[in-house]
Design a protein around this ligand. Structure first.
Ligand code: NIG
Ligand code: FE
Length: 427
């Protein structure tokens, strides 16, 4: 057995494999009852190494002093000089295929206006005007930005086409960049159907969903006042299921409606936003196993109230954190930024937030090959320009992602600012 790549001198390796750390270090970091909440989930290994096989998967992870000799032989060895290494972020909620600029709408909001679903139509008009080449170039630019912030897996939604042709062409563009493609034809009712929203729901069910079969893995609906009702939502999710798409939802973003109950009842893999949630909603989601994906950047950029992660976790709900990068409610693709906001304003611990943006995102996409760095997982990881994962929340707004690898290959790189002397590594 030999590895293609061996990353060594890792000050802290986050594996998200709770069993990895105690067995391999003999010195468990944060066993049950020790350390901050969530630490036990991170499978932290200090002074670690990570080996990547020819298949782009993790071949071995453990203390650098214990790397098996046959693994190191012939491998490209990269010393990261005491930096922390984390699994690549799994961003399970994005709207990245669009044209147009809504910075004026954002500025007006910051001056006192409130966010409403209707703004989506501004982007729909611009997106319909744009040709595929332009939409794809914009998408690639956004993906490259996100990769430089440490994201290695992306879910991407349609939802700014809202006609048969525009939904399908945007879906095809998405599929050229990710398998995690979501049909969100039910984002909002387009202007030409304003007088007859039911006719648009029929178009989605009878024409757009069948045409998206085999292209979209997921079906999503914006179930909200001003968008789609719970009854319409259930019909659309059922039609998606009949064409091989699994459900996820935009739920309770703007109001305390029934959307989270719909998500639980229909077995959604994830219910996203959940800015408003009753105790009954949380109990139903814990029972159905639906991941709740919180989107800190949205509350930040719309001045909505932040949901309290501790309350959701106490109810037994699994949480993910995603960016929701889109031109309207939140135009950041930076998960380090979202993580810092989640810690500060949603009351996640740093450890819970990091888990939610990596393993949690994977759970929201029903994936077990990403969001962790155990043997056999995809070797998707970020090397930090910092000695500890904690710096992601501790130093908000500072670029601390140094190198990003997907399947063991370097895909993005930022200038490093510090070399971390061994004596300054956190104990
Ligand atoms: O997730 N809520 C619906 N969709 C997006 C916003 C889209 C927009 O405003 O353009 C969201 O927040
Ligand atoms: Fe969204």
């Amino acid at each position: 057995m030999s590895a293609r790549l061996l990353i060594t001198d890792i000050g802290e390796l986050v594996t998200n494999e709770p069993s990895a750390a105690p067995e391999r270090t003999g010195a468990p970091v944060g066993g049950p009852g020790e350390g901050p909440a969530g630490l036990e989930l991170l499978g932290l290994i200090r002074d670690a190494a990570l080996a990547v096989g020819d298949d782009g998967r993790v071949a071995w992870a453990g203390p650098a002093a214990e790397v098996p000799a046959e693994l190191a032989e012939g491998a490209e060895v990269v010393s990261v000089g005491g930096s922390a290494v984390i699994p690549g972020f799994v961003d399970s909620h994005n709207h990245l295929v669009f044209d147009g600029d809504r910075s004026e709408e954002f500025a007006a909001r910051m001056a006192g206006q409130s966010y409403s679903a209707g703004g989506i139509r501004t982007t729909v008009a611009a997106t319909r005007e744009a040709d595929d080449e332009r939409l794809e170039a914009n998408l690639v630019r956004l993906l490259e930005q996100a990769q430089r912030s440490g994201t290695t897996t992306f879910e991407i939604k349609t939802g700014y086409g809202l006609s048969l042709d525009d939904e399908i062409r945007t879906l095809q563009i998405i599929r050229r960049h990710t398998d995690e493609a979501t049909l969100l034809a039910a984002h909002v009712v387009p202007p030409e159907y304003a007088q007859d929203p039911e006719a648009y729901v029929d178009l989605v069910i009878e024409q757009i969903i069948p045409a998206a079969e085999g292209l979209a893995r997921w079906i999503d609906v914006f179930c909200e006042e001003g968008a789609f009702t719970p009854e319409q939502t259930e019909r659309i999710l059922a039609a998606g299921a009949a064409h091989g798409m699994r459900p996820r939802l935009h739920a309770n973003q703007l109001t305390q409606g029934e959307a989270l109950q719909v998500a639980a009842r229909t077995g959604c893999a994830s219910a996203d936003h959940a800015t408003f949630a009753s105790d009954d909603d949380l109990a139903a989601l814990a029972e159905s196993g639906t991941v709740v994906t919180l989107l800190p950047g949205v509350e930040f950029s719309t001045r909505q109230p932040y949901p309290d992660a501790r309350r959701y976790l106490a109810a037994g709900v699994r949480l993910a954190i995603a960016s929701d990068c889109n031109p309207g409610s939140c135009f950041t693709s930076s998960l380090p930024f979202c993580l810092a906001v989640a810690v500060r304003d949603m009351r996640f611990t740093v450890e819970q937030a990091l888990w939610a943006a990596t393993a949690g995102g994977a759970a929201a996409l029903d994936r077990d090959d990403v969001g962790r760095l155990g043997i056999g997982a995809r070797a998707d990881f970020a090397v930090l320009d910092a000695p500890s994962y904690r710096h992601l929340a501790y130093r908000p707004g500072v670029q601390q992602i140094a190198e990003v690898y997907r399947e063991g290959r370097l895909i993005a790189q930022n200038p490093r600012s510090v070399i971390i002397p061994t004596s300054q590594r956190p104990g």
